[in-house]
Design a protein around this ligand. Sequence first.
Ligand SMILES: Nc1ncnc2c1ncn2[C@@H]1O[C@H](COP(=O)(O)OP(=O)(O)O)[C@@H](O)[C@H]1O
Ligand SMILES: CC(=O)OP(=O)(O)O
Ligand SMILES: [Mg+2]
Length: 371
Amino acid sequence: MVAVLVLTVNPGSSSLRAHLVDTTDERVVDELETGQPADSEEALRALGELLDRLPAEPISLIAHRVVHAGKITEPAVVDETVREALRSAAPLAPAHVPKTLALLDFLHDRLPDRVQLICPDTAFHRDLPEAAYTYPVPASWREWGVRRYGFHGLSYGWALRRAAELLDRPAGELQVLIAHLSGGCSACAVRDGRSADTSMGFTPLEGMAMSTRSGSVDPGLLFWLLEERGLEPGEVSEQLQHASGLLGLSGGLSADTRDLVADGSPAARLALDVFCHRVRRELGALATSLERLDAVVFTGDIGWDQPEVTEAVCAGLGTLGVHSGLDSRREEDAVISSSGVPVLTVRSREELQLAAVAARQGVSDREGTPV
Ligand SMILES: Nc1ncnc2c1ncn2[C@@H]1O[C@H](COP(=O)(O)OP(=O)(O)O)[C@@H](O)[C@H]1O
Ligand SMILES: CC(=O)OP(=O)(O)O
Ligand SMILES: [Mg+2]
């Protein structure tokens, strides 16, 4: 097999992760992780430094994890059509997509002859049933493209693959619930290897509470804030995106469950209780899209490094056949409970999934004009 070195870039809402992955053996050759927003001067400087120390062997492809590319829901070589789709999708994921546009420009300046691919988070949800992707809103809105998309698809793809390996069953036969808990949090019901429903929708704001995002709130609340409290639409958006979730619930204490578990104050406990309640509620709702439950899989930073959260969530999933009392202290991806429905934790490896998807797609697109 030809060595395919893929540079992956993953702009989260508050971080930038970049990896150089050798896809022949899924090995990370070099990496960068910064808690700075991906389009900040610091993050771009760090990315430039990563490029400066690249091995002599050339990178074959640059692969971008893109949260939302609107109607483009498959991996695609970047051209003007893709850029236009990203510009149109930017208002739907304002904490993510503008960062991708900045990274495309930055990397085009630095490596002008490399093909850049986008791999949308939405691709994993391409087979969502109509009943799951349709909002109960007027037909005229739906004609504008108002529908549910779903996100965190690369993470789900990886977690499903690892679940299949750990359970020793083909991914295409599994019916599982996967919770991706991190900066952004969502969950997905996977039926026979495909997304059957997911908690995020038109934008990555729907669903469970997140580190600084509210998740779903009563839409009536928004009108009350605008009409009765005099808030501007931009302020409401900003506060739902950046001042809510764990951060808002804890009264500004922290957006990180590690701090909240350590703090233990009533405000920290409230934040964790509401967070876990909403994870359970989404998982319960998603279970109705499955015929049976083969496993519950936790991934994302919180799903991986915060056993207290996994425990608290599972303690309330008895009606789904999940038993509490997990064996959560481990270093590797693992089945952490097998007395009832198996519970698994899988370290999120969006970069490996991204590199694999891009290498598969990119080898056939290599003739494409670099943009
Ligand atoms: N237990 C935790 N471990 C790691 N990160 C956490 C934890 N709890 C909350 N977080 C938040 O998750 C974020 C990392 O999530 P990630 O999806 O990589 O980035 P982003 O928030 O940029 O999307 C961190 O910035 C941190 O605020
Ligand atoms: C879709 C989404 O919320 O992404 P992230 O978790 O990286 O912020
Ligand atoms: Mg992320």
